[in-house]
Design a protein around this ligand. Structure first.
Ligand code: KG4
Ligand code: ZN
Length: 330
């Protein structure tokens, strides 16, 4: 099947074409205008999606070997995400599918982050675990089949991506925070500051990042907001290490509890180099997989890919055009 995927849940306007599990084109237009505000401004995001969506979709189709009339389905993110941003993508996709008389499928963005791993590893077998780490989510799922998911544990407060974003704001490093902290941490000593790791010793698969963020704020305040370049490197490296350490220690616990020894990492934070390197190094008795960086951060290739699975298996439901900002996996 030739499927067009569209992603507009947050601040990336993205489109991709997929055929029989192969990504033929993938275009991501990032909205730079949020950087000065230190975070995504919903109203600016939805207006930018409106401006960018037609051009982005046209570019994705042009870069593929097909033209618009050859498309056999349209898949789009219907949640979770920002209401206005989701509505832009879903309305566009719905109009296009009606005009082309091809099926439409609304996709769960977080589920697509899990399935992005199948693009990188087509031979992947169920069951496996997935550590989903993005701007709004930190969860570990047991994945038994398409549509069959069991939540093993999640965060009680902030998500890991949010901890990076808020941490970067405290340090005055800009947005998006994950990339900014990763860059600022280069050459720093990750053991310079022993940031708190919530639930570290506990036997539950639960996360909490709010104390870590407060601790960073206190450190900056104690230094009157004036950090030398070395202190900034050290504090960034230590903060990044604390987040990575917590994530992987809980992934380890989930593996031990479920005895499932294949675990994927998905979502924007999976792009983090320290997380990837530490996962490779620490898990000798299990297989930890993560897609290449372009497939970790928001993209439409994962939407087209999962959309094709849903359409081929005829799993899509008619109400899937409804936008649900807090859509959950179940
Ligand atoms: O999946 P994603 O692109 O969007 C959402 O679905 O939320 O994830 C965005 C999050 C942001 O919080 C961003 O700071 C974080 O992923 N992120 C990173 C890196 N790249 C993006 N965090 C750590 N290291 C990175 N290299
Ligand atoms: Zn995402």
């Amino acid at each position: 099947m030739i499927i067009l995927g569209i992603e507009t849940s947050c601040d990336e306007t993205a489109a991709a074409v997929c055929k029989d599990g192969e990504i033929l084109s993938s275009v991501v237009a990032s909205q730079e205008q949020h950087a000065i505000y230190g975070g995504v401004v919903p109203e600016i995001a939805s207006r930018a999606h409106e401006r960018l969506i037609l051009k982005t979709v046209q570019e994705a189709i042009n870069r593929s070997p097909f033209n618009k009339t050859e498309l056999q389905g349209v898949a789009v993110t219907r949640g979770p995400g920002l209401m206005g941003s989701l509505l832009t993508g879903v309305s566009f996709a719905r109009g296009l599918s009606l005009g082309l008389k091809v099926p439409f499928v609304g996709i769960n963005h977080m589920e697509a982050h899990i399935f992005a791993n199948f693009i990188a590893y087509p031979e992947l077998q169920f069951p496996f675990l997935c550590l989903l780490v993005s701007g709004g989510h930190t969860q570990i799922w047991k994945v038994e089949a398409v549509g069959k998911y069991e939540l093993i544990g999640e965060t009680r407060d902030d998500a890991a991506g949010e901890a990076f974003d808020k941490g970067a704001r405290i340090l005055g490093l800009g947005y998006p925070g994950g990339v900014a902290i990763e860059k600022a941490a280069i050459g720093g000593n990750k053991e310079a500051i022993n940031f708190p790791r919530a639930f570290f010793q506990s036997n539950t698969v639960e996360f909490s990042f709010s104390g870590l963020k407060t601790s960073l704020l206190r450190y900056v305040e104690l230094n009157d907001g004036e950090l030398s370049p070395k202190m900034l490197r050290d504090v960034s490296a230590s903060y990044q290490f604390a987040i990575v350490d917590i994530l992987l220690s809980k992934l380890r616990l989930a593996i031990d509890k479920t005895e499932i020894r294949v675990a994927l990492i998905g979502g924007g934070v999976a792009a983090n180099k320290l997380l990837r390197e530490k996962a490779d190094k620490d898990f000798i008795d299990s297989k930890i997989l993560y897609p290449n960086i372009e497939l970790c951060t928001d993209n439409a290739a994962m939407i087209a890919f999962l959309g094709e699975i849903y359409l081929k298996k005829k799993l899509h439901r008619c109400e899937s055009y409804q936008v649900i900002p807090n859509l959950r996996l179940s």
